[in-house]
Design a protein around this ligand. Structure first.
Ligand SMILES: Nc1nc2c(ncn2[C@@H]2O[C@H](COP(=O)(O)OP(=O)(O)O[C@H]3O[C@H](CO)[C@@H](O)[C@H](O)[C@@H]3O)[C@@H](O)[C@H]2O)c(=O)[nH]1
Length: 472
């Protein structure tokens, strides 16, 4: 049975929730567990028997994908991987339909379609066996999520015994089912006839029925397929997670590192037996070109990218350190992403909070529920010092410095400690101009400072100090 695969990579107008990281690299190519997000898709596809061709479909410029394609050709020599560019966003089925001749060349029988923005164990061969047994036109990979998160996904109601999908509703307003679509599908190529029907349906219905001309798998195809009893769901018990926000790269990183520990433990950094290397806790990936001081403690769930430099006494946990970043002595990095070429000074503390569930919601009822700390790509120095009990002129200086820095390079950041003090400044994925702070200040002081910053459209929420203020 011959089979091809498509990865839906989207394009530059998407991925805004992945800022600031997507300002420097397209989201599908952001490195998680030492490799671009869609490299993990390719690795899984390379294990499917009979699969020789993978097409990335999206609306990025061709040049954006060029280097990745060269690397893929070297790393996955048995598969032909290429990029097909949509002239505009055509929707999740629109690109497939547009390139149907290209896809059907060579007469493949089956087609995997994978959303780019997921981390998954990709049980593709199991899906294929299931699909061949049930003989539907499409098998969706499904997983169960917490009831309160279900309506952020495509929801499925299926017969418990046959797994035939009875209803498919994309992001329903009220609860329908906790069984959701993972955005990973296996189609019989006959599905292109159904796409043609859906396309005709759309054009005959005209603009009053549907405001745009995109063709979507979720809204335009799965409903009719379920009605005609041609849609099945293969439910996985293994890991799956969306990668939507920049912060969600951190839990995705942890999942892939855990997978390495089971399937290819050699990729992980080993614990040092002779005490010559850094102290490694749990699953850690350190690129061979990174320099990590033997007196640092790294892990669990940490990836350190090429040419990063990690100083003495540094502690890193649940974080991604990107290429060329430098963490100076005695700093602590928790639940964070440190961007390319960023520099974190000595005794700094860069800290986010753990993300636990499938939700991509950042705030709930006005309270922040996810806050992985993100430093974008280098530049923009932000100096801080003890704010509590500081004279007004020093406070002003801090605010001025922060504003200047943000204005210079809103998307990037560098943390530098001022003389004796230890500081923490974080920018978030939500808004690169946000400086987060709390700490030794009294509530009143913090309120006053925030009010002041609000006037300038800059939010100061969090600064933490471990030592006495610097002499300014
Ligand atoms: N080529 C191309 N790709 C697209 C387009 N629109 C979206 N994509 C890609 O298609 C995938 C789905 O993106 P969204 O349209 O943003 O959907 P979603 O909110 O992620 O929901 C989808 O995935 C969930 C699982 O992660 C599903 O539960 C849900 O049903 C749906 O399929 C992403 O990889 C995105 O880059 C398009 O016009 N063209």
């Amino acid at each position: 049975m011959t089979c091809k695969a498509i990865i839906l990579v989207g394009g530059p107008s998407r991925g805004t929730r992945f800022r600031p990281l997507s300002l420097n690299v397209p989201k599908p190519l952001f490195p998680v567990a030492g490799h671009p997000i869609i490299w993990h898709h390719l690795e899984a596809l390379s294990k499917v028997e009979g699969l020789k061709e993978v097409m990335l479909i999206g609306f990025f410029e061709d040049s954006v994908m060029a280097r990745f394609l060269d690397d893929a050709a070297r790393e996955f020599p048995k598969m032909n991987v290429r990029y097909l560019r949509e002239y505009q966003a055509l929707g999740t089925a629109g690109g497939l339909y547009h390139f149907r001749d290209e896809i059907l060349r060579g007469d493949p029988q089956q087609l995997f379609v994978l959303n780019a923005d997921v981390a998954c164990s990709f049980p593709l061969s199991d899906m294929m066996r299931f699909h061949n047994r049930h003989r539907g036109l499409c098998t969706i990979l499904g997983t169960k999520v917490a009831r309160e998160n279900a309506n952020k996904f495509g929801c499925l109601v299926a017969k418990p015994d046959s797994h035939e999908v009875l209803h498919y509703v994309e992001k329903p307003e009220s609860f329908i089912s906790d069984l959701i679509s993972c955005g990973i599908y296996l189609f019989d190529c006959a599905v292109f006839n159904e796409m043609k029907k859906a396309m005709l349906n759309k054009t005959t219905q005209g603009p009053y029925q549907d405001q745009d001309d995109k063709l979507r798998l979720e809204q335009d195809l799965f409903g009719p397929l379920a009605e005609s009893k041609k849609l099945y769901v293969y439910v996985t018990q293994e890991f799956w997670r969306q990668i939507k926000t920049a912060g969600s790269a951190v839990p995705a990183n942890a999942l892939y590192l855990e997978q390495y520990s089971k399937t290819c433990p050699d990729r992980l950094t080993k614990k040092s037996i002779d005490g010559q290397g850094p102290e490694i806790v749990g699953h850690v990936y350190i690129h061979p070109t990174a320099i990590v001081d033997p007196h640092s403690k790294i892990g669990p769930n940490v990836t350190i990218g090429p040419r990063a430099v990690i100083g003495k006494g540094v502690r890193i946990k649940d974080s991604i350190i990107l290429d060329n970043a430098e963490i100076k002595n005695n700093s602590c990095i928790l639940h964070s992403i440190i961007g390319w070429d960023s520099k974190v000074g000595t005794w700094a503390r860069v800290e986010g909070t753990p993300t636990t569930n499938y939700s991509t919601t950042i705030t709930q009822n006005g309270v922040k529920v996810q806050s992985v700390t993100i430093l974008g790509k280098k530049l923009g120095s932000i100096f801080t010092s003890e704010i509590r009990n500081l004279p007004v002129k020093v406070e002003k200086w801090i605010v001025e410095k922060a504003k200047q820095s943000v204005a210079e390079k809103a998307t990037t950041s560098e943390i530098t400690t001022a003389s004796q003090s230890s500081t923490e400044i974080t920018t978030t994925s939500q808004s690169p101009t946000e400086i987060i702070t709390t700490s030794h200040q009294t509530r009143k002081e913090r309120k006053m400072l925030k009010e002041k910053l609000k006037e300038d459209d800059l939010t100061l929420q969090h600064v933490r100090y471990n030592k006495s203020p610097p002499v300014l």
